[in-house]
Design a binder for this molecule. Sequence first.
Ligand SMILES: Nc1ncnc2c1ncn2[C@@H]1O[C@H](COP(=O)(O)OP(=O)(O)OP(=O)(O)O)[C@@H](O)[C@H]1O
Ligand SMILES: [Mg+2]
Length: 349
Amino acid sequence: MSKLVLSGLTKRYGSHAAVDTLDLTVESGHLVSLLGPSGCGKTTTLRLVSGFAVPDGGSISVAGQVVSSARGVVPPEKREMSMIFQSYALWPHLTVAENVAYGLKLRKLPRADIERRVQAMLDTMQLRRFEARYPAELSGGQQQRVGLARALVVEPKILLLDEPLSNLDASLREEMRHEIRRLHDRFHYTTIYVTHDQAEAMTTSDLIAVMRDGKIEQAGAPDDIYERPETEFVARFIGSTNILRGRRVGEHEADCDGLRLVCESGHWPEDGSAVVSIRPHRITLSGAADGSAPGTVERAIYLGAQRHYIVALDAGPKLQVLASSDVLAHEGERVGLTLPPAHCRALIR
Ligand SMILES: Nc1ncnc2c1ncn2[C@@H]1O[C@H](COP(=O)(O)OP(=O)(O)OP(=O)(O)O)[C@@H](O)[C@H]1O
Ligand SMILES: [Mg+2]
């Protein structure tokens, strides 16, 4: 099988480490997302894995064999990997069928085999009726599917996808997200999927690795990363959240501008400070007499299925609250918020 292990991986451009002592294990047959802001080193990591870039330190191994280290790399064409680049780079002068067949021709397979595998892949990707067209005659989503078909048809051991949905509109992106997961469930390629879209990562992945400044800041299952972020960076990057700052005043308690918060989970900074995250949908909004934290509704926004409130607490902080649309409060109204300890999480910076 094709377990992929990146250890201490480092790539410098001048004095800047684009990838900085990065450790990541992708179990055989798993799909791992690399999620992080622009410039954090996602594409560079994929280029290292695919063999297009040589690391300055650390190593990459596939099924126990080292394929990259500072001492040398196995060239891309000998790696049995397919990479889909951020711009999906189809050959403009080849038809859909010829684009899909390209990698098989390079491998000098018998013509009948190529024909059979290309046709099967065109069926899988629902591209049969476009097979004689050129890329310029296809929509963005169709081109994206050709890109995927071309990568999958060679039956790679490892599949590397660099923001494969970045050029699509919102509804097509959503459709293709599910498509990618469906294909993965069918073929089980060991996959690294690069994105900076958290919904995309949550839909497609077995494991999400959140990257910051060339390092993995936290890796875990989607619910783990969302419910149990360890740092403020991860909490903010995955979904929206309220961050409150203050000092630690008890084993599980923080004081943030006079607001006392009990945190059932998390980690506390060593310097006695406190950073607490609570997701907007975990806060309950009720009448002024209820709730532990009184305040005034500053903004009330109707979103259809939900209502979004910004509440200025008497204690000082302002909080975002997401409530069901039956919970009605008006701007200027006095309300009480409940901040359940089970959903208050202490974070390190
Ligand atoms: N060939 C290069 N020469 C010099 N610096 C580079 C080179 N390639 C990348 N970098 C730098 O390395 C850092 C990481 O770049 P990378 O392309 O890996 O980011 P990314 O996470 O893929 O970002 P994006 O989400 O914008 O695609 C950036 O600061 C970038 O400017
Ligand atoms: Mg990139």
